[in-house]
Design a protein around this ligand. Structure first.
Ligand code: HEM
Ligand code: HEM
Length: 146
């Protein structure tokens, strides 16, 4: 189960990143058009749902991954510190911000404001997510590309 979830979590990262970028580009274009259609709503929703899925899988991984360990001196080990604390903390913040942002966009009464909310909150989320992915070039973390 561990390997399956790890691969799913790893591949879904790309879908999550792509959907966030698509949502941002869409917000920019649709703001120019001055419309907020069902497709705008769906794009924003799918991007958020993909993050919720990552959250759920991430929670399970947190309990079964060998990269999460709270043994003696874990804070001094870059990989244990990253996977046990930094990754979950920053991703959680990013997902909460995207969820709040989408709620604010849905609740905004002016069309252009809906798109602005998505642009602001999803951009912050995207930056945080990119910053706390265990990319393969962060050698101490031993992550994979997919
Ligand atoms: C640890 C797991 C999860 C937590 C803590 C969580 C939390 C939340 C919260 C707080 C909201 C409310 C957002 C709002 O009011 O706008 C929400 C909405 C939503 N979540 Fe999740 N979620 C989780 C997993 C999932 C999964 C696995 C899926 C689907 C694959 C999912 C799909 C949705 C959808 C579709 C909505 C939007 C409902 C709507 O506003 O129409 N969530 N989630
Ligand atoms: C947008 C949200 C997230 C993204 C894009 C993401 C992405 C990733 C990626 C790319 C990896 C490396 C996979 C590999 O090397 O094959 C990883 C590992 C991991 N993630 Fe996440 N993650 C997210 C959220 C979370 C959350 C919220 C948690 C915890 C609740 C979590 C827990 C873990 C754990 C424990 C690992 C280590 C698994 C292992 O290598 O054994 N992730 N994540």
């Amino acid at each position: 189960m561990y390997i399956g979830l790890l691969h799913t979590h790893s591949v879904l990262r790309w879908i999550a990143l792509i959907l966030l970028v698509v949502a941002l580009i869409n917000a920019l274009i649709s703001k120019g058009k001055g419309t907020y259609l069902k497709k705008d709503k769906m794009i924003n929703l799918f991007a958020m749902v993909m993050l919720h899925t990552q959250l759920l899988i991430g929670f399970v991984l947190y309990f079964i991954s060998p990269k999460v360990s709270f043994s003696e001196g874990w804070m001094k080990n870059p990989s244990f510190r990253f996977h046990g604390m930094e990754h979950i903390l920053v991703m959680l913040i990013a997902i909460v911000l995207v969820t709040i942002g989408r709620k604010k966009a849905e609740n905004a009464s002016v069309v252009s404001q809906k798109h602005t909310k998505i642009m602001v909150w999803y951009t912050i989320g995207l930056v945080l997510i990119i910053a706390s992915i265990p990319w393969p070039f962060r050698q101490a973390l031993g992550g994979a590309w997919y």
